[in-house]
Structure formats: structure tokens, C-alpha cells
Ligand binder design. Structure first.
Ligand SMILES: Nc1ncnc2c1ncn2[C@@H]1O[C@H](COP(=O)(O)OP(=O)(O)O)[C@@H](O)[C@H]1O
Ligand SMILES: [Mg+2]
Length: 248
């Protein structure tokens, strides 16, 4: 399919008196890497949570492959081919990397039951090849809890790939990661896009990272869409600069 994979139109979400998202509209074309930036508290994670069905929008439309999904629950949306990773990495520290990969199938719906199941050799091979893809093959038998923080982020990314998403939403994939490892993460995300054909929507706080990664960027501030455009234009947009300066 070509065209627009994900379309959010006039999404609104409030928590009590806090308006976390106000009239947000974004479009994610098939095959693209799209960035979502903005100061802390600007509503980025809230928008992700609405898109993936973690909580419903108060009003507005969310369409995935042309289908209205704003009333669907998380599991249903995952089965359509949309997955997300978390700002706080969610892995099972007491299990090895392979086991983490296996229980991420299918879409983690049956996580705790699946843990006791026998996995077919094809699934194990697939887990190994994806761990190879993200550079964790040599760590495959280590407990996930013994990996470095950056490696845990890569493992979470690998677990998402296990489910062959069409669209992957990444919440701050480089947050808290040693600067020398950040380029490795950027490289893996780019290759997931170019080699595996996965469309990416990436929340990122690090400007250098998102400028390098995204072809189009949306910037939120105070729950509203402040600006959108190509990285170069966003970098030089005075409203964006002011929003970031104002936040520090
Ligand atoms: N579950 C929630 N309950 C109450 N307030 C929330 C909840 N999630 C987010 N918020 C509030 O919504 C605003 C936007 O938060 P968030 O979407 O996490 O911002 P960002 O990810 O851009 O840092 C903040 O004021 C935050 O406190
Ligand atoms: Mg956030």
C-alpha cells in the first residue's frame, strides 16, 4: 500500500483539567520516518497512548490504513500491525534475550501463558536472526536484566520487530543512552525502515538524533501542534527554538 499509513485528525485528550492534546493532526506516510518532538510535558506520550489504544481520545479521528481505530483497544490495534515501545523500557529481566523475544509473540497478548509454551524451532531461529540484526546475537543467552541500558532498549526494539509491525512508534529510543551508542541505535532504526520496510514514528528529545533520522517533524508545545516541516526548517523555526529555551 502507498499513501498515508496513519492519520490523526483533531485529536483531543484531557486529564482532569490538564489539556494534554488539543486539536492535534498528523500524517505518517507509508515507508516514512516521522519525528515528534517538543519539550517535556508537551503531550507527545499522550498522543502515542491515544494512537495505540492505551487510552481513548476524547474526540478526534485516528485512521490506520484508512480504518478508524480510535475506538479500538490496544490488542486489536497491535493485530492490525501497529506497535509501540516505551519511554521506560519493558523487558523481563529474569529471562534471557531469546525468551524475551519469544514471549513477545503474539503481540504479548498471552504473555504469561506463552512463557510456559514450547516454541517451534522456526520461532527461535527468527528470534536469533532479529537479535543478530540489532547486534545482540552474542548476548542472546544472557539475562535481559544483565544487559546495559542501551542494550535493553535494543532488545525492546527487537521484541517489537518479532511481531513484524507495519508501523512502529518509538518513545525516546535514545533517552538515557551513552552518546557513543546513539549512532548505533540510529543506524538500526534506519535499517529497519529501509531493509525491513517498517514505517517509523519517533518521539525524540535529542535534536541531533531526530534531525538525522526523520524526513518530516511535528513539534508539540503545551499540548498543541506548534510547527511541522522538514528538519532544516524545524531547526531554524523561531517558535520551536523559543519553546525549547522556555522549557529550560
Ligand atoms: N495518565 C495521566 N494522568 C494525568 N495526567 C497525565 C497523564 N498522562 C499525561 N498527563 C499530563 O499530560 C501532559 C502531557 O504529558 P505527556 O504526554 O507525558 O508529555 P511528554 O511525553 O511530551 O513529556 C502533562 O501535563 C502530564 O502531566
Ligand atoms: Mg513522554
Amino acid at each position: 500500500m502507498t499513501g498515508t499509513l496513519l492519520e490523526v485528525e483533531n485529536a483531543n485528550k484531557a486529564f482532569g483539567g490538564v489539556i494534554a492534546n488539543s486539536e492535534i493532526s498528523i500524517a505518517v506516510p507509508q515507508g516514512a520516518i516521522i519525528g515528534l518532538i517538543g519539550p517535556n510535558g508537551s503531550g507527545k506520550t499522550t498522543l502515542f497512548n491515544s494512537i495505540v489504544g492505551y487510552h481513548p481520545v476524547d474526540s478526534g479521528s485516528i485512521r490506520f490504513q484508512g480504518q478508524e481505530i480510535s475506538k479500538l483497544r490496544g490488542g486489536q490495534i497491535a493485530r492490525l500491525g501497529m506497535l509501540r515501545t516505551f519511554q521506560q523500557t519493558r523487558i523481563y529481566g529474569e529471562m534471557d534475550c531469546i525468551k524475551n523475544m519469544l514471549i513477545s509473540l503474539p503481540h504479548r497478548d498471552e504473555g504469561w501463558f506463552a512463557m510456559f509454551a514450547k516454541f517451534p524451532p522456526e520461532a527461535i531461529e527468527r528470534a536469533e536472526s532479529i537479535l543478530e540484526f540489532v547486534g545482540l546475537y552474542s548476548k542472546r543467552r544472557l539475562l535481559a536484566g544483565d544487559l546495559s541500558f542501551g542494550q535493553q532498549k535494543l532488545l525492546e526494539f527487537a521484541m517489537a520487530l518479532m511481531n513484524e509491525p507495519k508501523l512502529l512508534l518509538l518513545d525516546e529510543p535514545t533517552a538515557g543512552i551513552n552518546p557513543t551508542l546513539i549512532n548505533g541505535i540510529i543506524d538500526r532504526l534506519k535499517r529497519a525502515n529501509s531493509d525491513l520496510g517498517i514505517t517509523l514514528l519517533v518521539i525524540e528529545h535529542n535534536m541531533r538524533v531526530i534531525m538525522n533520522l526523520a524526513e518530516h517533524i511535528y513539534c508539540l508545545a503545551h499540548g498543541q501542534l506548534l510547527a511541522e516541516g522538514e528538519p532544516e526548517n524545524i531547526r531554524n523555526d523561531q517558535r520551536v527554538i523559543d519553546a525549547y529555551l522556555g522549557a529550560h
